[in-house]
Each structure stands twice: as structure tokens, then as C-alpha cells.
Design a protein around this ligand. Structure first.
Ligand SMILES: *[C@@H]1O[C@H](CO)[C@@H](O)[C@H](O)[C@H]1NC(C)=O
Ligand SMILES: *[C@@H]1O[C@H](CO)[C@@H](O)[C@H](O)[C@H]1NC(C)=O
Length: 182
């Protein structure tokens, strides 16, 4: 009898802990604390980080998770980091049913720090959203902006890819801070 109620209790404890969903943070640079996986960037040399010393993008490091970020600029005509008219991607694998992407946005519309955004989001290879916005045309940055949020994904293993720019599209700046999932 005691053993039965013990099993019963264990069962409900197990259900209870499983029901508590928590967002797991995947930093732009550090490995995911749960799976050890990193965000992968392509083409890798098209992306700069907070360590870049000759970049025109210089937000405040202390406003970022772990004080790190990855940034890329898409341009259909100008060659940047050896690439022209090449969309840049950041991909993360996760096991869950929700995913949220947080970026920093530049408010400037003065060349070269044009803060216009043109992002496309792919879940398992299919387009599931976009974030297209012109910079407001002032100074400074907006931090921790949720550029993509989806809480309606079938539970399981998925890959989210954020694409900066699209072929023949407008110039686009992307500054990735972190991605969460649950
Ligand atoms: C995860 O984070 C998103 C975005 O901040 C939030 O809307 C959501 O409620 C969080 N989910 C959980 C389970 O805490
Ligand atoms: C995803 O997580 C669930 C719940 O923890 C687990 O049952 C499942 O096996 C995981 N799937 C994969 C592909 O790792």
C-alpha cells in the first residue's frame, strides 16, 4: 500500500515537473547550456562579432546577454567581408515547441550604419515569418528586440534559421543577441 502511494506520488511529481516549461537561452556565442550546441553561421566569414575592432557597428556591450553578439550586413551591390548579394544565415537546432529570437536594432539610417532590417525565418526549411523594418533615423540602438516569436510549434526536434537579407533585396543589418526556446 505504502509502495503504491509512493509510486502514485512519484508519477504526479514527474508529470508536474514535466509541465513546467522553461525558456532555454542559446547565446549567440556560447554553447547551449543544455545540449552544448552552438548557433551556426553561414557563410562564416560574412559574420563579425563584438570582438571586431574595425566595424562601424558599436552598440553597448553591457546591454547584451553575456556581452556578446554576431552581426552581418547584407548588400546586393557592395561586397562586404568578401560577399555580395549573398543572404547570411544563423541556425539553431532545438527540441521544443516555442522559439524566440532577440536582436539589437540600429536606429540610424546614415550610411554605412543603416539599421534597416530584412530578416526571413525558416523552421525546418519552410518560411514561417519575416521581420522587415526601416530604421527610424535617429541615433543609438534598441536592445533585446523580439524579432521572431513562435509558441505554436509541434513538440520535438527542429531547426530555426534566421536569414539576413534576400537576393536582390535591400541592404539589411542584423545584430543577433540570443535565441530562446522551450
Ligand atoms: C519564453 O520567453 C518568451 C519571450 O520572452 C515569453 O513570451 C514566454 O512566455 C516564455 N515562456 C516561458 C515558458 O517562460
Ligand atoms: C525532445 O524532448 C522530449 C521531452 O524531453 C523527449 O521526450 C524527446 O525524446 C526529445 N526528442 C529528441 C529528438 O531529442
Amino acid at each position: 500500500m505504502f509502495f503504491c502511494s509512493f509510486l502514485f506520488g512519484l508519477f504526479f511529481w514527474f508529470i508536474g515537473t514535466r509541465a513546467v516549461l522553461q525558456n532555454i537561452t542559446v547565446d549567440d556565442t556560447k554553447p547551449n547550456s543544455v545540449t552544448g550546441a552552438y548557433i551556426s553561421y553561414a557563410p562564416a566569414d560574412a559574420w563579425d562579432t563584438n570582438l571586431c575592432t574595425n566595424c562601424f557597428v558599436n552598440p553597448e556591450a553591457r546591454r547584451f546577454v553575456d556581452e556578446t553578439w554576431h552581426q552581418s550586413t547584407f548588400d546586393a551591390r557592395e561586397t562586404i567581408n568578401g560577399h555580395v548579394n549573398t543572404p547570411l544565415t544563423a541556425s539553431v537546432a532545438f527540441n521544443g515547441s516555442a522559439v524566440h529570437v532577440f536582436c539589437t536594432l540600429s536606429r540610424s539610417n546614415a550610411f554605412p550604419l543603416v539599421g534597416d532590417s530584412d530578416m526571413t525565418f525558416y523552421l525546418d526549411g519552410a518560411v514561417v515569418g519575416t521581420f522587415v523594418q526601416q530604421a527610424v533615423g535617429s541615433t543609438g540602438f534598441d536592445y533585446t528586440v523580439p524579432v521572431y516569436s513562435n509558441s505554436n510549434i509541434p513538440p520535438g526536434q527542429h531547426t530555426l534559421t534566421v536569414q539576413n537579407g534576400h537576393i536582390d533585396g535591400a541592404r539589411s543589418l542584423m545584430i543577433l543577441d540570443y535565441i530562446t526556446y522551450s
